[in-house]
Every structure is written in C-alpha cells, then in structure tokens.
Design a protein around this ligand. Structure first.
Ligand code: F6R
Length: 598
C-alpha cells in the first residue's frame, strides 16, 4: 500500500519527512518521492528505495510531503512516482487510493502537460485550473477534490504558501500535533517517533495545516476532530500495531476489496469497466484455460464457476506445473488466463509460455504492476490489493475472486449470456463484500475462542459444495501452511466415498453452510460426521445450523459470495491456531512468498 508522510513547522523538515517515509517502508513500495518548500518548490522522486532519493539540505525548508508508491496505475517508473506537480511547478501532490474518473478529468484538462500515466496527476492540474481562475489555495484544493471520484488521501503543498492542505475519502489520513510542528501520515507509524497526539480525519474532510494548528472542514462547514493520545509502540510500528503481517493483511481486506472495485462498476447501468480489451480478448473465443498455483489456483476454481455459469465459455482450471494446452489445434479460440499474485511464479510463467507458443491469447490477473507476467501477456488485469508481505496469501485471494467476479460479469454481458438480473445479483454481492468482511473481522475474539477450543485437533477437514468447495480447499491450505497441522478440503458429498474413514472425535470438521452452496445437503454431511463424534463448526447463514454443529459462526447474507466471507473467518481461525502453537506465521517453514523456481 502507498504511504504518505508530511511535516510543517520549525523542526528539521527534510529529516522528519525522510524518517516518516522510512517508517512507512513496511507497507511495501516500488518507488518514492518528496516535495519540499523553501525558497522554491523542490521535488525529488525515483523508482527504488528511499535511500536513493536526493534529499535537499538547504535549511530554509519549513514544510514537506513524501510518498512511498505501490503501483496501481502505470508502471513503477521515475515519472509515475509521486509527488506530481502542475504545469507551473507550484503545486505538488501525493495521493493514496484510486481516482476512478481520472480519464474523464484528464480529457477535460486539455492544454495541460501530463508527464506520467498515473491517476494522481490530474489533481495538481485541477488545482492549477482553480488557482488560474482566481481561487486562493485552500478553495482551489477544495474545488479540485470536489471533482474527484474514487478513494483518496491527498496531501498538497504550494511553493508560496505556509500551509499544507490534505483531504480524505475512503483512504486513511492522520494528523500529528507536535511541540514544534504538525505532522501528517497515512497512519500513525509515519510520525509516532515525534508525537503521539493524533487526530483522525474522516471521509469528506479537508484540513488546512499550519505549523501550529489544523482547521478541518467537511461539506463546507468547519468541524472538530478530537486530539487523542495514542500509546504507540514504535517497535511494532512496521506492522502497524499487529503482531504479524498476516494479521495486518487479513484486516486490510475491506480496504483491499474497495480498491479492487473502485471505479469498475457503473451502478446506474449495471455494467463493469475493467480497463482491458474484452472484445479483442473474449469476443470470439470458446475456451478459457486458467493457469495458477496454490491460493491463486483456488481463485481460479472460483472463477470457473462464475465464467461457466454466466458465459458460454468452456473453462478449465490447471495447476500450472501440470499444464498442457488442452486444445492446441483450437489455440486461436482459446484464452490462457494466468492468475498470479506476485506475477513472478516460475510454474505459472512456464505454463503461460507454453500457451503462448501454440498461439493462445493471454491475460494475467495479478497484484503486481510491472511484474514479469505483465510483460509477457496481451492484457493485464490488476487486483489492486497492495503489497502482501506474509507468505500466506490472504487479502490477495479475496481481491482475486472479487476481480474475477467482475471479469465474469464483463465477459457475460459482452457475449450476451448474462441477464440483467444475474448481473445485479453478482454486482450486489461483490459490492457487499467489504462490509461483510469487516463484520467478520469484528467477531475476531469469538473466532479466537473457537481456535483455542479446537487447536489440539489431530487433523482438520473442511467441507463445502459449489463455491464452498474451492473456499474449503483454500481454508485447509491456510491452516496447514501456517499451523503445520494436517488439513484437507473436500466437496461435502465426497466424504462418504473415503475420507469419512479419517473422521474421529478428535478431527474437527468445518462446514460451509452458506445460502448459494446447497447448505441443506452439506448439513446432512455434517450430520454424518457429527454422528461419528467429530465436532462440527458451521460457517452458516442457516438459522438451524446448530442442530448438527457444535459451534456456528454466523455469516452475513450477501448472496453468492458468502463463502468468501466465511473464508475470512477461517483465515482468522488458522492464524489463531498457529499463534497458539507459536509458529513462524509470516514465514512458515520451507515456504517462500514468491516461488521463482520450477
Ligand atoms: C498460499 C500461497 C501460495 C501462492 C502460490 C502462487 O498461501 O501464497 O500457494 O498462492 O505460490 O503464488 P502467486 O499467486 O504469486 O503466483
């Protein structure tokens, strides 16, 4: 995730902003930059690490902003790094989030010179327009941000003004109140070493920050945001207060999902716009061959269900290391769809090259702009989850599935195979995901108790039908990789064909009992294991699941994607089982985040 740090006051501005950026390095980034105001505005930025930036040393500098960028629009290049400036080099802007209407705004800004491919660069030019029209700095920023759609935390500095202006919508921004100046940060980590007196901005806030005070406006009215004393352990700062990156990333899922969806759904028309050539890629194909490994393979299994239910395409899902083109003689009718968080997995790249070699069109669904896969495919679709540092994939799985749901809607609509009602159901379900996931995160204390009750199980079995099946596989993978316990996922109906022999009173069975996954059938299978003494944990939207379940975790009703919400409960379950066993959660034994060998 991108990071913002900033300062205005009598302290050593350049050192404070540089330290702030270093404190934010834990978020992951591919480029970084700073803007300082002294006698003039100085901007320094580049790809790579903060250390490489030429930080100015002049002592007339009294304010500055800095940014660490994780690319979402445009490759990681020097030009795409923040800050971005206007045509007069008077205004500099850093931004976290996604401005979803930047294409339209850019088209309206004819005559302005753009130097990057980013969505952010429209902001300084919009501010410049308002300044040229005669507005002062603060109203100019307000009038510019009023035109933005999407999510943003923005910090703006001006060559001639002794103030910073910041604004927030769906992306966090905090203000630090120090003895010698005021700080800004995308989280407290940015400045906790300098001050722990903090006010949190809210959506719609625009704040004017001088060296000794802050004035906050919302919807044109002055509002007050209380100053709180936070007790911030700076040694835990890099994980933003979480014990592990995995825990932090589990909790980032509502935000990651909002980023995945931002600007891609037209609610009025019920359509999807994905920035890829749907007609050229899927317009006349017949087959889709999905290629992926591990968690990404499970996302592929989910995608197959959506694509086959809502399009006339024949879809296969292939473990990349096993892949052979299924229809080499029909290659021009086939799309190879590689799903890879890192974009660097050797097995996936090798399979993709095989698909290309026989002449298939290629698409990557990935988290990593500029990764190897994006350089080798015809089209890249980004999941926008932000960097994932824990080895176990969490937020990238849910972001992959959300993005692939949108892809299924786009392809189904384009091919005329998806009815308006089906599209509405899918889009409503995917848009309900962020809040539903948050509601599960809010029940973490209860899920931890469930983990404590069952951590000593000999083995764990996860059962589900339809979309509940790939999610059962994914939940089992998460538990086995971080707790080192034996865990398996099965289609519920398969238990009685063999695995039931493994079931004992010491093998917890976790059942996915959500609405669109034939929960009554799975409940019957739960009865089969319950009668053999196994404790059943039901992840359920059913009112009567406790008939056969020793415990139930209620899943909010959001339609077809309910299993994805249940999956988050199982990520927390796996996390707490592993924590109780004192496992190396972020770096489980024998595993690597990016598997670059075949
Ligand atoms: C599991 C996990 C792995 C990856 C797999 C593919 O938690 O992270 O199974 O999903 O190695 O990695 P990507 O998606 O980067 O190709």
């Amino acid at each position: 995730m991108c990071g913002i740090a900033g300062y205005i006051g009598g302290g050593d501005s350049t050192a404070i902003v540089e330290d702030g950026l270093s404190n934010l390095e834990y978020r992951g980034y591919d480029s970084a930059g700073v803007a300082f105001v002294g006698e003039r505005l100085t901007v320094e930025k580049q790809t790579g690490t903060i250390d490489g930036i030429d930080i100015p040393t002049n002592n007339d500098i009294s304010q500055g902003i800095g940014h660490t960028r994780w690319s979402t629009h445009g490759e990681p290049t020097d030009a795409n790094a923040h800050p971005h400036t206007d045509c007069t080099s008077s205004v500099a802007v850093v931004h976290n989030g996604i401005i979803s209407n930047y294409d339209d705004l850019k088209a309206e800004l004819g005559g302005h010179v753009f130097e990057s491919e980013t969505d952010t660069e429209v902001v300084p030019h919009l501010i410049e327009e308002e300044l040229t029209a005669g507005y002062d700095f603060v109203p100019a920023v307000r009038r510019a941000t009023d035109q933005l759609k999407g999510s943003y935390a923005i910090a703006v500095t001006h060559a001639d003004k002794a103030k910073l202006v910041v604004a927030r919508q769906d992306s966090p921004l905090v203000v630090g109140h120090g003895e010698e100046g005021m700080y800004i940060g995308s989280d407290v980590t940015a400045f906790a070493e300098f001050t722990q007196r903090v006010s949190y901005l809210e959506d719609g806030d625009l704040a004017v920050i001088a060296d000794d005070d802050v004035t906050v406006y919302n919807d044109g009215q002055q509002v007050s945001r209380p100053i709180r004393q936070v007790d911030w352990d700076t040694s835990a700062a890099e994980k933003a207060g979480h014990d592990h990156y995995m825990h932090k990333e589990i909790h980032e899922q509502p935000h990651a999902l909002r980023q995945a969806l931002s600007g891609r759904i037209n609610d009025l028309e019920g359509t999807v716009d994905l920035d890829i050539d749907i007609e050229g890629t899927f317009g006349d194909c017949e087959f889709v061959e999905i290629i992926a490994c591990g968690t990404s393979y499970h996302a592929g299994l989910c995608a197959k269900r959506f694509l086959e239910s809502h399009t006339d395409l024949a879809v296969s899902v292939n473990i990349a290391s096993e892949y052979e083109p299924a229809h080499p003689h029909r290659a021009t009718d086939t799309v190879a769809l590689a799903i890879t968080q890192s974009g660097e997995t050797a097995d996936t790249l090798a399979a993709l090259r095989d698909a290309k070699a026989v002449g298939m069109r290629t698409v990557a669904v990935t988290n990593t702009v500029g990764s190897t896969v994006t350089r080798e495919v015809d089209e890249s679709l980004f999941i926008r989850a932000g960097p994932e540092i824990g080895v176990a994939a969490t937020k990238t799985f849910v972001s992959q599935v959300a993005t692939l749901t949108l892809l299924a809607v786009a392809v189904g609509q384009h091919r005329g195979t998806l009815s308006a009602g089906e599209a509405t159901d899918l889009l409503e379900s995917v848009q309900a995901l962020p809040s539903a996931v948050q509601s599960i995160l809010d029940t973490e204390a209860e899920i931890r108790e469930t983990a404590e009750d069952h951590a000593d199980g000999e083995a764990f079995f996860f059962i589900g039908r339809q979309l509940g099946h790939p999610v059962a596989l994914e939940s089992a993978l998460k538990l086995k990789e971080i707790s080192y316990d034996h865990a398996e996922g099965f289609p519920s109906g398969e238990l009685k064909h063999g695995p039931l022999a493994l079931v004992t009173p010491n093998t917890p069975v976790i059942a996915f009992l959500t609405d669109a996954t034939d929960p009554r059938e799975t409940l019957h299978n739960a009865k089969e294991v319950e009668s053999r003494g196994a404790p059943v944990i039901g992840l359920s939207t059913l009112a009567d699941a406790d008939t056969y379940c020793a415990e139930t975790i209620d899943i909010p009703e959001i339609g077809v994607l309910e299993p994805m919400v249940a999956n988050v409960a199982m990520q927390l379950f796996a996390y707490h089982v592993a924590k109780l066993k004192d496992r190396n959660i972020d770096k489980p034994r024998n595993l690597a985040k990016s598997v670059t060998v075949q």
